[in-house]
Structures are given as structure tokens and as C-alpha cells.
Design a protein around this ligand. Structure first.
Ligand code: SAM
Length: 330
């Protein structure tokens, strides 16, 4: 039973918040950002104290799970201070999504600061392909980062792979073998139409979760399990490995009816849905009411009425949401 005081018009309880801590990133993944990006000026970005106020207020409203994301959360200066602070809030789950490029030095401090789980993005095991997808990333650093996360004792590590037809779909078997060998879970994601991109046609590149499952099944059995990590993924298991294989399928298996999440951008925009523009300006409330959190609390409660029933991503590749994922907080 959830203790959340946040319920929307459709009876869904919100107990999971994704907080973006920066719009900046050291990678420029082709499906996530344009090559030349303009980032937010500093005064528009929430301070770490403001982000912590938002987190604490959500926790007071029954939030049980917080994920820090971005942009790349590990490029935010003093991120460990925020992790340390949120680590004291007694969350059931406290996670971060990262590209892994800095984990070789940051994994252990993050663990010591109270972070419980890590999602690490990994779209390719081929150094050249990896460099072309991320535009600026180096595969070896990410692989070192994955090992560092395991060495630091993180139990809940998960890999995230966005699968693109004609891009990295041929690597699905290798990625599965890698996850099995490292004994870490892996989730395959359908690309979402967020922000205008130039590198590929999203409609043509869409590789559905059904197609990915077919690829995996050429090598392994895959059985659905009702296990749930409190997020949008549906999970499968193989009979000869302890790892879970997840699928996030915004196009082919809409996950809106069980949505329990909201996002807060680093500008303090509370986004009620990944695939809609509905938002509430929390920064104005934070800065207009610096002493107590009553107004912030009430604004968050009232915002639940704005949560849309569902997103309407079409799979033809048309852009429906102008925000890039780095702004949204993936
Ligand atoms: N920098 C971190 C990282 O690389 O994981 C966190 C932010 S990133 C925006 C979070 C996740 O969103 C990554 O796994 C990335 O692959 C995914 N992502 C970005 N743009 C996407 C899109 N258009 N469709 C689906 N997933 C996307």
C-alpha cells in the first residue's frame, strides 16, 4: 500500500519522482540531443538546495522513489552533496540514471553517499559504433564505469539500451551476453519522439520491443514475469541466468494506465507526463516562498489534476514534443 498523498483524476497514485539535476551532458547521443546544443543559463537552473527542497516536499507527500537524472547527473558540480542530503530522506528506492562516463571515480563515493541503484546507458559494445551514437563518448570509459559500479557494491545495476533499427539492433545478442556475463539486468527501450533530430528517421529506426524479444529468443528462452521495479519496464527472465531483461515500450505497449511518475526539470518545471507539455512552474514557487514549503506542497498536490491520461506518441517519427530528453530528464 502506498502512503502517497498524490492521486490524479484517473485514480493513479504518484509515488515516484525523477529529478533532473542538469541539462548538460558530456555525450551528445544522436536520439537525445542536437549536435550543437544551447544549455540553460545558470540563473534559470535550480540550485542544489532548491532541488533538495523539491525532493523533501515530495517525500513529505508520500514519494517513495527518487531518481536523479539529466543531462548527465555526474557533470553537475557538487552532485554528491545532493545525493548525501536525499540519502537521509528514508526513501524505499533512490536511483540515478547515468551514461557511466565518470563512474570509475564516482561509483564508490555515490554508494557511500547513500545512492541505492544505478541505471547505466549502454547502446553499443563496438567502440566505433558507440562513438558514433554518443558523438563524444568513449566506450572503454563506460565499461570501466560499469565495473567500478559493481566493485563499489551496487546491487541494483541496470543497463539501458535504446534500440534503433539499422543502428544497433544487430548488437542485441551481444548486449544480452554482456549483461549475462556481468550478471546485471538490461532493459531495451523504444526510441521516443522527443526533440527534433537530424541523424536518423525515427519512424524508420523504430525497433519495437516485440522485435527485440524475437531477436533475443533466437538465442535464449524468455519468459514474462510480473516483477515490477516501480517504473515503466516490463520484465522477462531466462531459465539459465539470474538477470532480468526489461522492455520499455512507449509505442507498442503504452504504459500510461499504471503511470506513477512525474518529472521535475532542472528549471523547476514539474512535468506531469513525458509525452505531453503540461507543466507547473515550481521555480517561481520556490523562489517566491523561500522560508516555508507550504505553498510548494499545495502546488504539487494541485498539479495532480493536470496529469494527462496518456501520451500519444506516433511511430511515424514526427516530433510531437519539442523538448529534448536532456531537458526532460530521462
Ligand atoms: N545522461 C544520463 C544517461 O545517459 O543515462 C541520463 C539522462 S538520459 C536522457 C536518460 C535515458 O534516456 C538514457 O538511457 C537515454 O538513452 C534515454 N533517452 C534519451 N533520449 C531518448 C529518446 N528519444 N527515446 C528513448 N530514450 C531516450
Amino acid at each position: 500500500m502506498s502512503n502517497s498523498k498524490l492521486t490524479d483524476r484517473f485514480g493513479r497514485t504518484v509515488n515516484y519522482v525523477r529529478l533532473s539535476v542538469t541539462d548538460r551532458c558530456d555525450f551528445r547521443c544522436v536520439y537525445c540531443m542536437a549536435e550543437e546544443m544551447t544549455f540553460l543559463p545558470r540563473q534559470q537552473v535550480l540550485t542544489l538546495e532548491e532541488i533538495a527542497r523539491v525532493a523533501k516536499t515530495f517525500v513529505s507527500l508520500g514519494t517513495e522513489k527518487i531518481r536523479l537524472t539529466g543531462g548527465e547527473p555526474l557533470v553537475r558540480k557538487d552532485i554528491l552533496e545532493l545525493v548525501r542530503e536525499i540519502g537521509t530522506y528514508g526513501l524505499r528506492d533512490f536511483a540515478m540514471t547515468t551514461n557511466g562516463s565518470q563512474l570509475s571515480t564516482m561509483a564508490e563515493p555515490l554508494r557511500k553517499a547513500g545512492l541505492k541503484r544505478l541505471n547505466i546507458s549502454l547502446d553499443s559494445l563496438d567502440p566505433e559504433k558507440f562513438a558514433s551514437i554518443t558523438r563524444t563518448g568513449k566506450l572503454s570509459r563506460v565499461l570501466e564505469g560499469i565495473d567500478a559500479a559493481r566493485d563499489a557494491g551496487f546491487k541494483g545495476i541496470k543497463l539501458n539500451t535504446v534500440v534503433m533499427k539499422g543502428g544497433n539492433d544487430h548488437e542485441v545478442p551481444d548486449l544480452i551476453e554482456f549483461a549475462r556475463k556481468k550478471n546485471i539486468d538490461i532493459t531495451f527501450i523504444e526510441e521516443m519522439p522527443l526533440g527534433e533530430i537530424s541523424e536518423h528517421d525515427r519512424g524508420q529506426a523504430l525497433c519495437t520491443s516485440d522485435e527485440v524479444r524475437d531477436i533475443v529468443r533466437q538465442h535464449h528462452d524468455l519468459m514474462p514475469t510480473p516483477e515490477d521495479s516501480g517504473g515503466p519496464a516490463r520484465y522477462y527472465r531466462m531459465s539459465d541466468s539470474p538477470i532480468k531483461v526489461g522492455f520499455i515500450s512507449p509505442h507498442s505497449h503504452n504504459f500510461c494506465s499504471t503511470c506513477n511518475r512525474v518529472r521535475v526539470t532542472v528549471e523547476g518545471r514539474l512535468l506531469l507526463c513525458l509525452g505531453n507539455e503540461h507543466s507547473v512552474d515550481l521555480r517561481r514557487v520556490l523562489r517566491g516562498h523561500p522560508v516555508t514549503d507550504d505553498k510548494l506542497r499545495q502546488t504539487i498536490i494541485d498539479s495532480m489534476d493536470l496529469k494527462p491520461e496518456r501520451h500519444h506518441f506516433s511511430s511515424n517519427g514526427d516530433v510531437q514534443i519539442l523538448r529534448f530528453m536532456n531537458m526532460t530528464g530521462g
